[in-house]
Design a protein around this ligand. Sequence first.
Ligand SMILES: Nc1nc2c(c(=O)[nH]1)N[C@H]1C(S)=C(S)[C@@H](COP(=O)(O)O)O[C@H]1N2
Ligand SMILES: [Mo]
Length: 293
Amino acid sequence: MITPNSDFYILQIGDPAELDATTWRLLITGLTEKRIPPLRLEDITAMESVTAMRTLKCIGDPIGTEQMSNAVWKGIRLRDLLEEVGPTPEVKVVVFRCADGYHTAIPLEDAMREDTLLAYEMNDEPLPTEHGFPVRLLNPGHYGTKNPKWIINIQLAKEHESYWEKRGWDPIANVKLATMIGAPSEDEEIPGGKVYTVSGAAFDAGNHGGIKKVEVSIDYGQTWEEAEIWAKDTPLAWVLWRWNWQVPEKSEPVEIYARATANSGVTQDEIGIEVEPVGATGYHMIDAAIVMP
Ligand SMILES: Nc1nc2c(c(=O)[nH]1)N[C@H]1C(S)=C(S)[C@@H](COP(=O)(O)O)O[C@H]1N2
Ligand SMILES: [Mo]
């Protein structure tokens, strides 16, 4: 269920920023009612903390690839910091500027959600350098682009055009309902005549009320079998599923599909929209082969 820090996917525009906690400061600027001095890491860790499981997924991730990982994070509510400075009535967005030159903004109402966190720990360790040390944003419901790392400045503003939006990507970046098949892998040889466990993960980031069921098809989507969801936590984390398949006794190629249905009633469509610019949907399909000894 939890991705170890050493296996968690890593993605950024350049090299990770290497920040020193003793000299790092977080500045809150822009349209605020009140100014506060630059914050040290100790000021943040002294605030009331929240510990929560969250899955991160990259918007550029084609269906079924591995840029999706899950961890338990500790941090503070962004809202608690913003309430200290008081956004003025004109504020529409909260802008995050990062030590590697990345910048992104989220709507003020998202920033004020109680589950929007500034995280400083990941799986019981200080945030690793690659994942944003000392502080990163965890923005529920949104792809990785809206979860900035190495934050050095939070600015309250009227508008902002973010790094990836300038390059054509969706400014909203809501996570789409998706399922991935972890086993079998592409081109795997599955022994005929035995039980094989098809398994994977499904995720909607809470955007459709969480995952209700996952189904598997081995006949090009004509019939579907419901998988067992064997691990779940919050809708903001993936669910893990498995389905025991009685594999036929014959050698033949097989294509395995998986799809999820969310609690809102939405089921994934067979054909996904393109990854660019809003993130992929559609079934994950694996080409494998049944082999007889
Ligand atoms: N400062 C900074 N934050 C960033 C990025 C970046 O390039 N710079 N990339 C984003 C993207 S596209 C993704 S998918 C996530 C990946 O987070 P991870 O490396 O901790 O998995 O970081 C996001 N935060
Ligand atoms: Mo990403």
